[in-house]
Design a protein around this ligand. Sequence first.
Ligand code: CP
Length: 307
Amino acid sequence: MKKTNPFRNRDVISIRDFTKQEILDVLKEAERFHKGAVPHEPLKSRMMASCFFESSTRTRLSFESAMQKLGGRVIGFSDAKATSTSKGESLSDTMRIVSNYADVIVLRHFADGAARLAAQVSDKPVINAGDGANQHPTQTLIDLYTIQKTQKKIDEIHIAFVGDLKYGRTVHSLVSALTNFSVRLYFVAPPSLQIPKEPLQEVKARQIKFSQHEKIEEIISRVDVLYMTRIQQERFTDNIEYQRVKGTYRLTPESLKRGKKTLCILHPLPRVTEISPEIDAMPQAHYFQQASYGLYVRQAILSLVLS
Ligand code: CP
C-alpha cells in the first residue's frame, strides 16, 4: 500500500505541531534535495504567494528560489507599504484574498500569532516564515539539518544558545524542537534577555537538563554547538534597555581557544557584531553553510505540502 503524505495541504505554523518522526522525515526529504535525487519540476503550474510584512533576505529568497527550482511560480510582496495594508486592510482580509490566487502562502509578519490567524482564514496552506518573537519553524528545520550534518546526530549533543533569548524566535522554535531529543541545553544571555517562561516550561516538562549563564566562558569548553543570535533591536520597546545590552557578546578567535576542536558555531543570521568576521574562515564556523541548506529544507517543505 502506498504511504500517505501527512504534510499534504498542511499549515506549517509552529514546530510544536510536528512530532519527532515528522521532523526527521522533513530532514530526510531535505537530504534528497541536497543530493539532487528528486523528480524534475514536481510543482510545475503550482503558485506560491510570498507575503513579507517584515524584512528578510534568507527566508524570502530561499523560499522563492526553492519554489522556482521545483518548477512552480511565485507572486507576492516584500514591502507591505505597497499593498492595501497601507489603506487599512486587515491581515485576515489580505490573507483571505491572497489564498484565491495561490496554492500556498508563505507569510512573515511582525506580530506574534499572525501565521496562525492567517491559517484560520485561508483555505490554502500557510507556512510561517517568522511571526514576531514567536516562532520560525522552517529556520528550525534548517538548524536541525545543519546539526545533523555536522554532528552526525541530534541526540546527546550539548548546545548553548547565546544572545537575545527573549525576542529570538529562532531560539524559541529550536528549543521546542530539541525537547524531542536527548540533549543538554545552556542558555547564555543578560538577565533581561533570558529564555522566556514558555519554552523553559517545555524543557522542564520533558526533563531536559539545562542551565542559565551570563558569560560564554562559563560554557565554551562543554558544548558541541554554539547557537549565536543577534540582539533584536527592532523588538525593544525601550531604547535605553537596548543600549544597555547591545554588544554584550562578541565571539573572537581568542574566545574559542577553550572550546572543543569540533565545536560547531551556528547563527540564523543576520549577524551584527556578535561573531567577529575573523571567525568566518575557521573550521568551527558553519553559519554560512547553515544558510545555504535553507534552499533544500524549503524545497522539501514546499514539495511535501503541495505534492
Ligand atoms: N534567518 C532568517 O530568518 O533570516 P532573514 O531574516 O534574512 O530571512
